[in-house]
Write a protein that binds this ligand. Sequence first.
Ligand code: TXA
Ligand code: MG
Length: 347
Amino acid sequence: MKTQIVRDITEDAIERAGQIIKEGGLVAFPTETVYGLGGDAFNPGSSKKIYAAKGRPSDNPLIVHIAYKKDLYEIAEDIPDLAFKLMDSFCPGPLTLILKKKPSLPKETTGGLGTVAVRMPSDPTANAFIKASGGFVAAPSANISGRPSPTDVRYVIEDLDGRVDMILDGGSSPIGLESTIVDLTEDRPVILRPGFITAEMLCSVAGPVSSDPGSTGEDTNAPPKAPGMKYRHYAPKGDLTVVYGTPEKVIEYININTARCSARGLKTGVIAGKMTADRYNADSVKNLGDRDDPAEISSSLYRVLREFDDEGTDVIYSESFEGPGLYCAVMNRLLKAAGRKTVNAGE
Ligand code: TXA
Ligand code: MG
């Protein structure tokens, strides 16, 4: 398949992208979180094509992207008032709600589940594209299954050129981590995937909110409620370990270990905050940004993981970035990328 890569996002380009979706094709598009791989949510054939293009298991449901809040009624039923309260506070934006699905929405889109994931992105290109597509775009992140979600068009091209009809170039994604997913089908809202909309922000609107221990990785025996969270996502090709401890101990531990790995002929990498990045001797040291600015850290994580892949790094050590709010989302993705491999370098 020849993929059209559209750099100049004109009204005409958006119309053409919408037409492709209406005809059952696939278009990768930018959002404020990560790029999406879109198809018509009401066309079962489109959902099947999405799974094939990503190499993704078809039991993993897709998020339906909408452009108007009222369109919730077309895909969901028994919608609690809280859904509109949360949407009024955080949407358009990086929040996905799980609601009871309407029977008319194909089961192929929801991975056979009785529920549907809904999100209304704030990115203006995404918004215009969803409208031009008929209003309901099913889209997972626009990566090959198992790779980090793409936060720049060049990674979308790397993964999907030749597999989709069109790629809309929106530069790099400002947030850089996937949306917060909140399940509203239980008595109390449950966070299935932490993200830019933090637990604290949700609580301020919704009252008590809990987290799914299976999805966040706190309980590795419980099956996650978001089916996609059970897969080893965001995995770099190199062997990644997250190192806890006081800054000096972490630096010492990582330097000893990267030196050992280098002596064995392995290519080494380190993920660090800005203040400590120049303290490491690895072949490749990646600075995620100021650790006091979690938005900067989160927006560079996936780019850095992909850069290590491109450089062919064999062994990667990362500082940990623990903290409240958005730090939880950063650590959730970092620990998943590491397959939960951690060490404590000491206090
Ligand atoms: O920011 C985002 O959410 C991006 C952009 C493109 O919007 N999309 C995204 O999609 O991250 P994806 O498919 O990579 O991740 C969606 C997650 C998966 O873990 C999936 O299992 C879960 O949402 N999910 C989808 N529908 C669900 C449902 N009905 N119940 C529980 N989890 C669901
Ligand atoms: Mg994904």
